[in-house]
Design a protein around this ligand. Structure first.
Ligand code: SF4
Length: 348
């Protein structure tokens, strides 16, 4: 029997959960189809169908949904992420995403499966989070639960590697489950994970390498088009990049407990906790806050980080990306920032 095709937009939390979804759909004997990488054309199509004041990542998402709609898939899978922690929600754009898509794209011909993810942790494998998927595709509960268990085990292996210091970028371009499995196994057997000292604030500073923490949502940091490939540009400049996904959850929680009141939005809290950890870390030479035009939560986070960077005397820069940002402008700013780090290191 021909496998049914389920489209997954390469946007928003794709970068965090794609191993989970690839494994899940493969276990359910479905064919996952991932939208193309973000490009000028894809973004322009998203922008045209979006409200002008909406944040850039949502415009990108709309472009990816349109891209999948042209790929002849049977369904588009786009969960409504509501919560990943008890009593904390995600940003309102996530909460309203399926409705926004429905209203922005009334001519969409592909059926959208929009399960609500209501979880107490980043582990989203509960059956209740996938009821619509199960019902729409007529998958028995027992089969669904078994596939979800395998998907979460696989995702956990990926997550553990991120904690060990691998970047989401080391995996994100992989679309085939078999290749992803091979890469994950290879990294698991690597005796020297890249940045294991992220968990250890006392580790000695390497004088040769510049260590920069890039604080931003996965969809801003790892969409190479939208951020003009800054991760690779930094690497080419000899920078070791650190991101929130490398910071253990207990460290993030500890940092959050210092706030009188955490922020309302889960990923913003994760970024805050990771940023504070890096701001206090002598092994980190500087912090870049990578934010997108139109992001409400980041306007608050950015202010806090700016003040705290001054307090901890950490060199700090905000990079704001929008649909028009020019590459040369970004590169010039990054180069100046890295030169400053090197000068500081030399002087020290
Ligand atoms: S957190 Fe900011 S960038 Fe992300 S979806 Fe919400 S408003 Fe947009």
């Amino acid at each position: 029997m021909k496998k049914r095709k389920v489209g997954i937009p390469r946007a928003l939390l794709y970068y965090y959960y794609f191993p989970f979804w690839l494994k899940l759909f493969s276990e359910l004997n479905l064919e996952p189809v991932i939208s193309d990488s973000t490009s000028r054309d894809l973004l322009n199509k998203g922008v045209k169908k979006s409200l002008s004041e909406i944040c850039v990542p949502i415009k990108v998402m709309i472009g990816h949904v349109l891209n999948l709609d042209q790929k002849d898939v049977d369904y588009i899978f786009m969960p409504r992420f509501r919560s990943l922690k008890k009593d904390v929600v995600l940003c309102p754009k996530f909460l309203g995403l399926p409705d926004m898509i429905r209203h922005s794209l009334p001519g969409l011909k592909t059926e959208v499966i929009a399960d609500q993810i209501d979880s107490k942790s980043d582990d989203i494998a509960k059956f209740d989070n996938h009821q619509k998927l199960s019902k729409t595709l007529n998958i028995p509960k027992r089969e669904m639960k078994s596939a979800l268990k395998k998907a979460t085990d696989f995702w956990q292996r990926y997550r553990d590697l991120l904690f060990k210091g691998y970047l989401i970028d080391d995996f994100a371009g992989i679309e085939e489950l078999e290749i992803l499995e091979e890469v994950i196994t290879k990294f698991e057997n690597d005796p020297k994970p890249p940045q294991s000292r992220d968990q250890n604030l006392e580790a000695p500073v390497n004088e040769e390498v510049v260590d920069i923490a890039v604080i931003g949502y996965v969809y801003n940091i790892f969409d190479q088009y939208i951020n003009m490939d800054i991760i690779n540009k930094l690497k080419e400049m000899g920078v070791r990049v650190h991101t929130f996904s490398m910071v253990a959850e207990d460290i993030i929680e500890k940092e959050l407990s210092n706030l009188r009141k955490p922020m309302f939005w889960e990923f913003t809290n994760k970024l805050y906790g990771a940023a504070e950890h890096y701001l206090k870390n002598d092994g980190i030479d500087g912090v870049i806050h990578l934010t997108a035009f139109g992001c409400g939560p980041d306007s608050m986070l950015g202010q806090i980080l700016e003040v705290d960077a001054k307090e901890y005397e950490k060199t700090f820069m905000t990079l704001r990306i929008d649909e028009q940002t020019g590459e040369s402008h970004i590169i010039t700013r990054i180069e100046a920032f890295i030169d400053l780090m090197r000068l500081k290191k030399e002087n020290n």
